[in-house]
Design a protein around this ligand. Structure first.
Ligand SMILES: Nc1ncnc2c1ncn2[C@@H]1O[C@H](COP(=O)(O)OP(=O)(O)OP(=O)(O)O)[C@@H](O)[C@H]1O
Length: 796
């Protein structure tokens, strides 16, 4: 349960309506009213010494149930005037202990029910799942008698055991079980394993006894050397117990026949040196056959496990940026080197950027240096200026990196000038120009109205409303091509990066107009009037904002303010021609932990601007012309008119359902339907770029990606992230856990890639060149530190 609406279905914290449900009303009064306490009764048992209630009653009135950060929700407690007299105090909804109406009615006792699905603390799992029977220790004593209190006796006589528990205990059945079992895997350096022997044993015999020396680790190596099944499984030490069972007496790993278990290597602290690095290698290296093998990489054996971990990329290397540039310099053009250098400066924060610059200046300057007309100073200036350009598109400046030699004259090219140049140089595709002729009736009408406003220099603010597939993007592209072909500027923006990437020269509206990411009502765009960005916006004949219903109204109002300010006009959007477009049936603005009402309130439709927009409707679905029944079905879902069952669930038409037997089989079948070419490796795979499997949660995405990439033809390349705890003393305890986490916005710890596979960019590396958060790319080549990829969907 993740939404306040779902909480309200289960938990209530209000006095019920007496007329409608007298039974529940009486039960709430009988069992679920707290106190009175506080000023109404300072002697109540819940009162702390400081005069406050330990359960924080009375709570505040609350119109709607609200999610709170990592705590119980604040339940709905409306100020409806209902009051109940208890012990001469009047109690209202603020005094109700959260309850579940069904349970309360069924059990007729005090039953506090809370929602803890959003609470991440592990203790709650234990508290709610493993909490034992409620127990109480009580005694009835005469206050006057001063007989001795025997707490143990009291406990024993008050301990109540239910009949099933009593039987369980009498038969000595296990009271607890851990499932799946956790196998602690031994960890030791070569010849440092613990051995147990009798005090009287002959030490030489002990040392020579091969069986005594065997450990889980030595036998793991042995199995990888000799056992075909182990070799085929190609496991890490941690994964091994999933497939093999350790027989401690025989000291032998036997192929597992049933059940499952989780392997955990004994922990080692970084201060233990080699043992720590050995552990690191064992948790990542697949099918090692010996300690020496762990120290060998690409045919080279190194002296220590630390070096081995370093060359395998498991440790953060002090000179990792240098290795990366070194690798790139072998096959990358100087322009790409400069971009990579800027990216590393921003995202890898090298300790000594200047040293890095000095080492690679020549490979970054090769192209300019070839031009004989340029002096070495000009070459250096050009290279620095271009790096500065890249840095500026990532929100940084070259001046923060101490790269410019003292006394070197360097003028900063305004990044916005560079953007203006990029904007003017957008290539207008023939297809887009020709598409003006292809517009359908409604599209044509919209095109004519908007063009008429643009070329007559009259204001116009439009909203293109059309369900998915009705050709909104098609119309924008036609408009953009038309305006740009006449030599005017037209700015194409969208709320999401992916939608921006399908518009020629498209940028996210947030980056184009510098709208703050954490937008709030009354926020303003960070564009000052004197900049060339301001000049560019002023000059633009047309501004398009696709997916406007997905943006918060505050963001669109911020653009309105910006345009009024730049144009010195009180007219809506400063009197410019602005085309907003989208479909309210698709994604609405995201209000984190917000209620449905808050999300709807954040929508453009609730902005004072909404009524001033000229609405243009597109109705003909151009995408699904061949499948009108599916189009109708989608429309009914979007309009909320599709029939649902009692749980508000829609039945999907059988034609779009993939039948399956179990979960693994389900994904397998889905993949085969979406990417049939994977079955036939001779097929050209490039068409797969245009298809995608959509799912609701990040962990499903990871699961599907994992299966997909394995099916994709070609050799796998593995990239491991290096996770670090803030406090380095916690590194050894948390490293395994950190490796399992995949926060949104970051790739998984173990990223598996193959050439030609589609990938998605997660950072705004160079928006002017189409490299935004969300840009889809196709991998061209993979090396250890550099991934070379080509933009897949955008026009550049
Ligand atoms: N007039 C037209 N003639 C030919 N094809 C068209 C026309 N209009 C749209 N299409 C095609 O129909 C498909 C859907 O159009 P488009 O992507 O522009 O729809 P949309 O409204 O932007 O959809 P969504 O809301 O899902 O983004 C595209 O393949 C587009 O090329």
């Amino acid at each position: 349960m993740y939404t306040p609406e779902e909480y309200d279905k289960i938990v209530c914290a209000e006095i019920p309506n007496k007329e409608k449900n007298e039974h529940l009303y009486n039960l709430v009064i009988k069992h679920m009213l707290h106190g009175p306490c506080g000023s109404l009764d300072p002697t109540n048992v819940c009162m702390r010494k400081n005069g406050t209630c330990k359960n924080n009653f009375p709570k505040n009135f609350c119109e709607e149930t609200i999610q709170t950060l990592n705590a119980y929700p604040e339940y709905r407690r409306r100020d409806d005037g209902v009051q109940i007299k208890i012990k001469s105090a009047l109690l209202d909804n603020r005094w109700v202990v959260p309850y579940n109406p069904y349970l309360l009615a069924k059990f007729d006792c005090h039953l506090n029910v809370e929602i803890c699905s959003t609470i991440k603390a592990v203790k709650y799992i234990y508290k709610y799942i493993y909490k034992g029977h409620d127990r109480t220790s009580f005694s009835v004593v005469n206050n006057k008698s001063d007989s001795e209190i025997d707490e143990i006796k009291q406990y024993v006589s008050a301990r109540w055991v239910s009949p099933p528990e009593a039987a369980w205990r009498i038969f000595r059945f296990c009271m607890s079980e851990i499932k799946p079992p956790i196998i602690h895997l031994q960890l030791h350096l070569e010849n440092y394993q613990p051995m147990s022997f009798k005090k009287t044993a002959n030490l030489q015999n002990v040392v020579d006894n091969y069986h005594l020396k065997k450990t889980m680790l030595t036998e793991f190596f042995y199995m990888n050397r000799t056992d075909k099944a182990a070799q085929d499984l190609n496991c890490t030490y941690v994964e091994f117990p999933d497939h093999f069972v350790w027989l401690p007496k025989q000291k032998y790993w036997k192929l597992r026949e049933r059940g499952e278990s989780i392997g955990r290597i004994m922990t080692a602290h970084p201060s233990e040196g080699e043992r720590y690095y050995l552990r690191l290698l064992l948790s990542k290296v697949r099918c090692p056959i010996s300690f020496d093998d762990l120290r060998t990489f690409n045919g080279v054996q190194v002296e220590t496990f630390q070096e081995a971990a370093l060359i395998r990329g498991l440790l953060q290397n002090d000179n990792s940026q240098e290795i990366c540039l070194q690798e790139a310099s072998l096959f990358h053009m100087p322009y790409e080197m400069r971009r990579l250098f800027a990216t590393l400066l921003v995202y890898s924060c090298p300790n000594d950027p200047k040293a890095l610059w000095q080492n690679f200046e020549s490979s970054m300057s090769e192209d300019f240096a070839k031009c004989s007309a340029m002096t070495s100073t000009q070459v250096k200036r050009n290279v620095l200026q271009q790096i500065d350009g890249f840095l500026q598109s990532m929100g940084k400046s070259i001046h923060s990196y101490n790269l410019i030699p003292i006394g070197f004259s360097y003028e900063n090219i305004d990044n916005e000038t560079r953007e203006l140049r990029a904007e003017r140089n957008i290539v207008i595709s023939e297809i887009d120009l020709n598409s003006i002729e292809l517009l359908n009736e409604k599209q044509k009408k919209a095109f004519v109205v908007i063009s008429e406003r643009i070329y007559s220099d009259r204001p116009g603010v439009f909203f293109i409303d059309g369900p998915g597939g009705t050709g909104k993007t098609f119309l924008y592209r036609a408009l953009l091509a038309d305006v740009r072909s006449k030599g005017y500027l037209a700015l194409a923006t969208a709320t999401s990066g992916i939608a921006a990437s399908i518009l020629p020269g498209g940028r996210t509206a947030h980056s184009r107009f510098k709208i703050p990411i954490d937008i709030f009502d009354g926020a303003t765009c960070r564009v000052s009037k004197q900049t060339s960005l301001a000049a560019m916006i002023k000059e633009a004949k047309l501004i398009i904002w696709d997916e406007a219903p997905m943006a918060k109204k505050a963001a669109i109002e911020a653009l309105d303010d910006l345009l009024r300010d730049l144009m010195n006009s009180e007219e809506i959007f400063g009197g410019k021609v602005v085309v907003l477009g989208g479909d309210f049936r698709q994604t609405l603005p995201v209000v984190r932990k917000g209620t449905k009402a808050e999300m709807i309130n954040a929508c453009l439709i609730n902005s004072p601007l909404w009524h001033k927009l000229e609405k243009l409707q597109l109705i003909e679905n151009m995408r699904a012309k061949l499948d009108p029944s599916f189009t109708q079905f989608l429309l009914r879902i979007g309009d909320g008119t599709q029939e649902t069952n009692e749980n508000d669930i829609v039945k999907l038409p059988s034609s779009i359902i993939v039948n399956y037997n179990n979960e693994t089989d389900a994904i397998e079948k889905l993949i085969n339907i979406v990417y049939p070419e994977f079955k036939d490796p001779s097929n050209k795979l490039y068409c797969s770029q245009n298809r995608a499997i959509l799912t609701t949660k990040n962990n499903f995405v990871d699961e599907i990606n994992d299966q997909l990439i394995k099916k994709f033809p070609g050799d796998l390349t593995e990239y491991l992230s290096y996770d670090e705890t803030l406090n380095e003393n916690h590194q050894s305890e948390y490293i395994d856990l950190l490796n399992t986490l995949t926060p949104s916005n970051l790739p998984p710890h173990r990223l598996l890639l193959k050439s030609n596979a589609p990938i998605i960019l997660l950072r705004n590396l160079d928006p002017a060149e189409g490299l935004c958060n969300g840009t889809r790319l196709i991998i061209k080549s993979l090396s250890k530190n550099v991934i070379c990829a080509k933009i897949a969907v955008a026009t550049k």
